[in-house]
Write a protein that binds this ligand. Structure first.
Ligand code: ADP
Ligand code: ZN
Length: 432
């Protein structure tokens, strides 16, 4: 019988053991950056804190936050804590919101990242006899190589298909007998849709597990993927600033466990920046514990989330996080109400005539911000005539009004007009 955990010691460590380990690593990390990175030395000095002020885990709250602009201002290697001769790999974020964020790794950083990925994939049923098709973008983006490395450590057969060429992905799934599919959830939906059009029933292939991440997706979207493909849809979360994917992963009970021996999570109120209690929503903040090339101290992810320390049936004691509600950058304020695309998604997914595709268009009518939600519907519905379409649009608007409390017009677009995602789906089109 194969082992249940990839790294039993850390995955099932008791809370006090984990806290002691985190404290030891945290002390090392703050001293490491203070001595080596002028940006951190200045930031700590300005706050009047020294590495020696860190005596217990809670003392982390005395230290300054690090924000995305600090990474941009110090682009590309200003925050690097090691000479470039010790760097063996550099990744960068897609730069969806400006200049890319760089992620340099030492050989040891790379090794640890690989192990975090293997830990997640192992928890998600990937074994040496799996055939894993990796349809994340290969290259600067951390997703592609991160999944490749983790799968290689497990020593399963990897098919690095990369993102795109959807028909070929489906051919490979059939011909190679792929058992595990790695990609963004929105790309998985593109694959499912294409397979249906090609008359391929994914449920009749060997595909068993999906390893999805890199963008927000709702539980409803997950159920849709599972129902249409027969895949057990697992999740990964991470960001370039910390290591890439591998920060956290779901177990078989859909609980997202954080690799807290590598990253120390906190949740803060994004307004006041005060820490919030376990179980309360706020912005996720992480501090690197073992990274050496570019450790992050209290990095504000802008991802809105909740942390929980509850017993999980899987046996892992690693702290869990809820699904990400969204990035604070993507939060819209409509008639005074804060709205995330994921909340709109939840409402849309209640209607089975609606395709799991949408875009939110923000515009201006005079001085007033204006929002519309554009969707596509299943072909039978689309052909049912304007009267029926108007009725559907009305009921969706009504549902959004009920749940979120805002009035949003729904526009039903002709079929195949919303761009199909092969990576991170673009949900908001801002024309203001
Ligand atoms: P970019 O900022 O250019 O998109 P990254 O690839 O580093 O670059 O993206 C990291 C971000 O992707 C996270 O901060 C988060 O917003 C999002 N993300 C990653 N995984 C998930 C996930 N499982 N659920 C929700 N959001 C995710
Ligand atoms: Zn679990």
């Amino acid at each position: 019988m194969s082992k249940k955990f990839w790294d039993e010691k850390f995955e099932t460590m008791n809370e006090s053991g984990m806290k002691a380990f985190q404290l030891e690593k945290l002390k090392e990390t703050v001293a490491w950056v203070y001595d080596r990175v002028p940006f951190y030395k200045n930031a700590f000095d300005e706050r009047g804190v020294k590495p020696s002020d860190l005596q217990k885990l809670e003392d982390i709250a005395k230290f300054p936050f690090t924000v995305k602009t600090a990474l941009r201002d110090n682009y590309p290697f200003g925050l690097c804590a090691v000479p470039i001769s010790d760097v063996v790999r550099v990744h960068a974020s897609s730069g969806t919101t400006g200049k890319p964020i760089t992620g340099p790794y030492t050989a040891e950083d790379l090794d640890q990242w690989t192990d975090c990925m293997a830990r997640g994939l192992w928890a998600q049923e990937v074994r040496p006899d799996s055939i894993l098709q990796n349809a994340y973008g290969m290259g600067l983006f951390t997703g592609g190589l991160g999944f490749l490395q983790g799968a290689m450590r497990i020593q399963c057969a990897v098919v690095p298909s990369g993102a795109g060429m959807t028909e070929r992905q489906i051919m490979l799934i059939q011909d190679f007998g792929t058992t595990a599919l790695c990609c963004t959830p929105s790309y998985c939906l593109t694959i499912i849709e294409k397979a249906e059009k090609m008359g391929v029933d994914l449920k009749k292939t060997n595909l068993k597990t999906g390893h999805f991440g890199a963008e927000p997706w709702t539980v409803e979207m997950r159920s849709e993927i599972e129902a249409r493909s027969g895949i057990h849809a697992y999740e990964h979360y991470g960001l370039t600033e910390l290591m890439g994917p591998g920060v956290s992963f779901t177990c078989e009970h859909y609980k997202i466990h954080i690799n807290e021996d590598h990253v120390l999570p906190e949740i803060v109120d994004p307004g006041t920046l005060d820490p919030v209690e376990l179980g309360e929503e706020g912005e996720l903040v992480f501090t690197s514990l073992q990274r050496r090339a570019m450790p992050m101290i209290r990095y504000r992810t802008r991802d809105i989330c909740t942390l929980r320390r509850e017993k999980c049936e899987c046996g892992r004691t690693l702290v869990t996080m809820d699904k990400i509600l969204g990035r604070s950058d993507d939060m819209m304020i409509i008639s005074g109400v804060n709205v995330f695309p994921s909340q709109v998604e939840t409402c849309l997914m209640e209607f089975e005539q609606v395709e799991p595709l949408y875009q939110i268009r923000l515009g201006k009518k005079g001085y007033i911000d204006h929002i519309t939600v554009e969707i596509e519907v299943k072909s039978a519905m689309y052909q049912a005539g304007q009267g029926k379409l108007d009725e559907l649009a009305k009921s969706i608007s009504h549902r959004i009004q009920q749940v979120i409390g805002i009035n949003v017009p729904i526009v039903i677009l002709p079929q195949d007009t919303i761009e199909r995602s092969i990576g991170k789906a673009k949900r908001i089109i801002d024309e203001r």
